[in-house]
Design a protein around this ligand. Structure first.
Ligand code: F6P
Length: 575
């Protein structure tokens, strides 16, 4: 099935019906809620620890039935099964797609596929557990100071050097799980080839207590290898300046051995860089970069939060995987959310999708999702090479609430574009603070600040759904001339996701939720959500252009006139 032509979703009866409904569609969330007291209950679902209310979405039973039929016509469930079983559903790279195998509990009964399954001759579970054990053992050594720097000092800062999937996942999870970080340990993340990044991240560090993790699936990424060399240089220079090492090769190698480890699928290249493969943690080409946060790529976070919390993190992913695998489509949360996204983008004209976490700890989640969603589903051809038959890949974006409220929510509330938005909140904050004095007005002394925060979460989705009519605005005594400006149309779709607390497990659940939303949409569109050829051309050109930027006249002359004049201007400006 994997390389065969995908079903063209636009050829299905379900698509025709949805197109018919979309023509002249006039949503009426006020009316729908009035007419159906069960609407909230009907469209509120559970997935692992998450409660997901889709009732403020632009959905009716009729629409939902056609969307579900579309999922059946395009065999979302069958393709999910193919994915977790190790079929090569990444067709353009001829690879299995097995991130779900990274979080299977060891030695559990009733796993599907059964424990010990093999893919392309590899015992997947055994290899996953062996690597995990190695990462855990190393993390324990660093956490307990059994592993020290070259001068015997305890490691206090771990610097992850990686980019894309080798950065966005670890930094997002580290930020999300800050309350679980061992005191005295800190992680930092260097990704950009802009030298400002590594300069700023290392400026105040003590080389004797710093451990670098070079995280790169391919170990061939320009940004990461350049930063890794800069880090190695920094280490040697600083240690030598303080007299901790001399300038001999032996001393330098010994320093690298204690201050550099690597995560990669290319262990030969790791060794060529000078990192002992003993201090390298592997993974496999069936883990896509943007699906790799729960592989050894997360080593920096394992060190920070510890193996027990990491196991809980993995169990959250697995709980969501099992939800997708075992839950009928009608209650299958990632499938439903993916279907609604298809409805909004393919039928109602939405071009982007906001993700708005009402927990500061998830402040990097939207950035993480940008790679997960857009690198996966920003495609113009289907997995058999034929052109797509409809739009794909919404622009995902967002910021934590309530900051976003004071920035871009205006456009979501009253702009001309439809922007579906996911609101994410947790009931219990790690640090509950009370405002003991209050403001003498609406905020009473002793106000629980998290409650005030979440009042915003509830208020925003309510305002977006139900709006404010002209009559309601007038009833407040508003001058007629400004009534139109103060009307809120409502009918702006949101999903509300509520979790008990931001535990490691819940963070895993949230990531897996979006992985499978992406999967659902990609399957319906018939695209390979696991390759990323679109990022290659720019990388190749950067290497070709580099000599011109360094002043090579022949290379400069070979450029198109715009690029040539821009580089010439740069060279003129550069001191
Ligand atoms: O440029 C895109 C990409 O290939 C991503 O898919 C990947 O996450 C990132 O680069 C980093 O790649 P690597 O882990 O091989 O350094």
């Amino acid at each position: 099935m994997t390389g065969s032509a995908p079903v063209d979703p636009t050829s299905t009866e379900a698509w025709r019906q949805l197109s018919r409904i979309a023509e002249g569609f006039s949503p009426d969330l006020r009316g729908w809620f009035d007419a159906d007291p069960e609407r909230a209950a009907r469209y509120t679902f559970s997935a692992a620890d998450l409660t997901v209310d889709l009732s403020k979405g632009l959905v009716t039973e009729e629409i939902l039935q056609h969307l579900l039929q579309l999922a059946k016509d395009t065999d979302v469930a069958g393709r999910f099964q193919a994915m977790i079983s190790g079929e090569h559903i990444n067709v353009t790279e001829d690879r299995a797609v097995l991130h779900t195998a990274l979080r299977r509990p060891p030695h559990a009964e009733g796993l599907v596929p059964a424990a010990g399954f093999t893919v392309d001759g590899q015992d997947v579970d055994a290899d996953v557990q062996a690597t995990l054990d190695k990462v855990f053992a190393f993390a324990e050594q660093v956490r307990s100071a059994a592993w020290t720097g070259v001068t015997g000092k305890r490691i206090s800062t771990v610097v992850n050097i990686g980019i894309g999937g080798s950065d966005l996942g670890p930094v997002m999870v580290y930020e999300a799980l800050k309350p679980y970080v061992q005191p005295g340990l800190e992680a930092r993340f260097v990704s950009n080839i802009d030298p400002a990044d590594i300069y700023e991240k290392t400026a105040d560090l003590d080389p004797e207590t710093t451990l670098f993790i070079v995280a790169s699936k391919t170990f061939g990424t320009l940004e990461t290898l350049t930063n890794a060399r800069l880090a190695r240089q920094w280490l040697w220079e600083r240690l030598s300046a303080s007299g901790s090492i001399d300038d001999s090769d032996d001393a330098r190698n010994a320093a690298v051995a204690k201050h550099f480890v690597a995560v990669s699928t290319a262990l030969d290249k790791v060794a060529a860089f000078g990192i002992d493969p003993e201090n390298a943690f592997g993974f496999w080409d069936w883990v896509g970069g943007r699906y790799s946060v729960d592989s050894a790529i997360g080593t920096s976070v394992v060190i920070a939060i510890g193996p027990d919390n990491w196991r809980a993190f993995l169990s959250g992913f697995h709980a969501m995987d099992e939800h997708v695998r075992t839950t009928p489509l009608e209650q299958n949360v990632p499938v439903l959310m993916g279907l609604l996204n298809v409805w909004y983008s393919n039928f109602l004209g939405a071009q982007s999708h906001a993700v708005l976490p009402y927990t500061q700890y998830l402040h990097r989640f939207p950035a993480y999702l940008q790679q997960l969603t857009m690198e996966s589903n920003g495609k113009s051809v289907r997995w058999d090479g034929s052109p797509v038959t409809t739009d794909t890949g919404e622009v995902f974006w967002g910021e934590p609430g309530t900051n976003g409220q004071h920035a871009f929510y205006q456009l979501i509330h009253q702009g001309t574009r439809l922007i579906p938005a996911d609101f994410i909140a947790v009931a219990n904050p790690p640090h509950a603070l009370a405002d003991n004095t209050g403001d003498g007005g609406a905020v009473q002394p002793g106000q629980d600040v998290h409650a005030l925060f979440l009042a915003n979460f509830f208020a925003q989705t309510k305002a977006l759904a139900f709006g404010k009519t002209a009559d309601e605005v007038r009833a407040e005594g508003t001058a007629e001339s400004v009534v139109p400006a103060r009307v809120f149309s409502g009918n702006r779709p949101t999903a509300s996701i509520l979790a008990p607390s931001l535990t490691p497990s819940v963070v895993g659940q949230l990531i897996a939720l979006y992985e499978h939303i992406v999967f659902t949409e990609g399957t319906i569109w018939g695209i390979d959500s696991f390759d990323q050829w679109g990022v290659e051309l720019g990388k190749q050109l950067a290497l070709q252009i580099a000599p011109a930027v360094n002043g090579d006249q022949a290379a400069l002359d070979a450029q198109d006139s715009s690029t040539k004049s821009l580089i010439a201007k740069y060279l003129e400006l550069r001191q």
